[in-house]
Design a protein around this ligand. Structure first.
Ligand SMILES: Cc1cc2nc3c(=O)[nH]c(=O)nc-3n(C[C@H](O)[C@H](O)[C@H](O)COP(=O)(O)O)c2cc1C
Length: 444
């Protein structure tokens, strides 16, 4: 899919977008309504009228895994396998003279005109949460993309969270060492492939706009910035161009982040806006940190990283799926087991594959790892705690300064049935269960 609009059309055709016509306020209300609708109906939410802004707002666009698979040219059940195949590739982008994201160049750009939201009680103001920040590496020249929250401060000023080892922070330090600002484009409503490239961690010397093309197997069109030397996805919705200033830091936060707790105030970077461009009928994209959309964005790159590591201990086709669910600090692995030692080797490898992974569970191929309750069922009925649980003391997982002491140690659970007793652990079946259509019997 070349742009986010294509995904919207795909979701709309399947009744998977809730259109809210009633006006909502950007302070708390929009986020609360979107969260409730997504929790109850699992849909993306499109707000047509947002108080104080001419832009509609989209949220939870990437909450459906089927939609994500479709937008990346993948199959929902094969996403980690397909991501892993494409991960090493790059697809050069094409620089085009004009793009819809520059249909309008604001004459008097003002950040207060944009529908930035206030997400949680205690947040220090309104934030951009769905922006992909694109910058050029000063030495290597390639484009980096990442998500970074930005706090609204003034009509032309934001504060940005972008600390090393995250690549934007590293790139910024190189510019700062030269006493130069770092030119950055904040891209709102980019294509799903660009968003997924931004959420992934590939080596710093690889161009993440080229990686977006490789991920979806579709060349990306880019335009040159109006006020900065940065390449911008041509079919995005809105772009805020500007510079992150050298040698300037200001207090940013608190902010209610994806762990459902607050990041305290930190000294972060300052962004000076230089231009705003957008489509004629642009919409804004808001991502609720820790919501299904955010967890899907964070999850798939982690799942693929786990898969890349554990495939050394199994035929890759025997690793049927890997899922971080319901949160990204743990993962479930669905395995066609070949010997009794295999789950332990896989657990060890999974726990080492990604810093955040605090626990991992290996289950048999007949367990649905996309349903956490099925995994709990497997732990309760198949795990032998005496020999199926491994604890790795002393290693760290999530290292946010104020909670890092509680994130020491990792554990793995082998919840597979012994191979020689597979006939005893066989799940019962009912030949009609998959055949009947419930609507033929009962309508709610
Ligand atoms: C919605 C969303 C918001 C994010 N916000 C931040 C942020 O504010 N600061 C940060 O360092 N990482 C944030 N991340 C994580 C980075 O975007 C992610 O680690 C990315 O892979 C880093 O890219 P890099 O390969 O350029 O280092 C966020 C991720 C998502 C999906």
């Amino acid at each position: 899919m070349k742009d986010l609009r294509q995904l919207l059309r795909w979701l709309d055709a399947r009744g998977q977008i809730a259109h809210v016509t009633r006006e909502v306020a950007p302070d708390y209300e929009l986020v609360a309504v979107a969260k409730k609708i997504n929790e109850r109906y699992g849909k993306a939410v499109y707000f047509e009228h947002v108080k104080g802004s001419k832009y509609p707002v989209l949220s939870y666009a990437l909450s459906s895994r089927e939609g994500i698979a479709e937008s990346l040219n993948m199959e929902p059940q094969r996403m980690v396998h397909q991501w892993s195949c494409r991960e090493a590739q790059q697809k050069p982008y094409r620089i085009v003279e004009s793009g819809s994201v520059q249909e309008v160049v604001e004459a008097n750009p003002d950040l207060f005109d944009l529908p930035l939201c206030l997400h949680s009680d205690g947040n220090n103001g309104r934030y951009i949460t769905g922006g992909v920040l694109v910058a050029r590496h000063p030495g290597l020249g390639m484009m980096n993309a990442s998500f970074n929250r930005c706090q609204l401060v003034d009509k032309d000023k934001l504060r940005v969270r972008m600390m090393p080892p995250q690549h934007l922070g590293v790139i910024y330090e190189e510019a700062e060492a030269l006493n130069k600002p770092l030119e950055v484009a904040i891209v709102i409503g980019a294509s799903p492939a660009v968003m997924y490239s931004a959420a992934s961690k590939i080596p710093i010397d690889r161009d993440e706009l080229e990686f977006a093309g490789a991920l979806s197997n579709e060349q990306l069109d880019v335009v040159r910035g109006k006020s900065i030397d940065v390449l911008i996805p041509a079919n995005a919705e809105i772009v805020i161009e500007g510079k992150v200033l050298p040698h300037v830091r200001e207090d940013e936060g608190p902010f209610g982040e994806f762990t459902d707790s607050y990041v305290p105030v930190m000294q972060n970077h300052v962004f000076q806006m230089t231009a705003i461009t957008h489509r004629k009928d642009a919409f804004w994209h808001d991502i609720y940190a820790g919501g299904t959309e955010d967890l899907n964005l964070l999850g798939l790159p982690i799942e693929s990283e786990v898969f890349n590591h554990i495939r050394k201990f199994a035929n890759p086709e025997d690793i049927i799926d890997v899922v971080t669910s319901p949160f990204v600090f743990g993962c479930f692995i669905r395995l066609r087991k070949r010997n009794e030692q295999q789950p332990k080797n896989i657990l060890l490898s999974a726990l080492a594959s990604y810093a955040w992974i605090k626990f991992a569970v290996v289950v048999d191929e007949d367990v649905d790892i996309r349903k956490p309750n099925d995994v709990f069922w497997a732990i309760q009925t198949r795990c032998c705690p005496d020999k199926g649980v491994m604890v790795i003391p002393g290693v760290s997982s999530y290292t946010r300064e104020d909670v890092k002491d509680e994130n020491i140690g990792k554990f793995g659970i082998d919840a597979t049935a012994p191979l020689h007793k597979s006939h005893i652990y066989r799940r019962r079946t009912n030949r009609m269960y998959d055949q009947i259509r419930i609507d033929d019997y009962y309508k709610s």
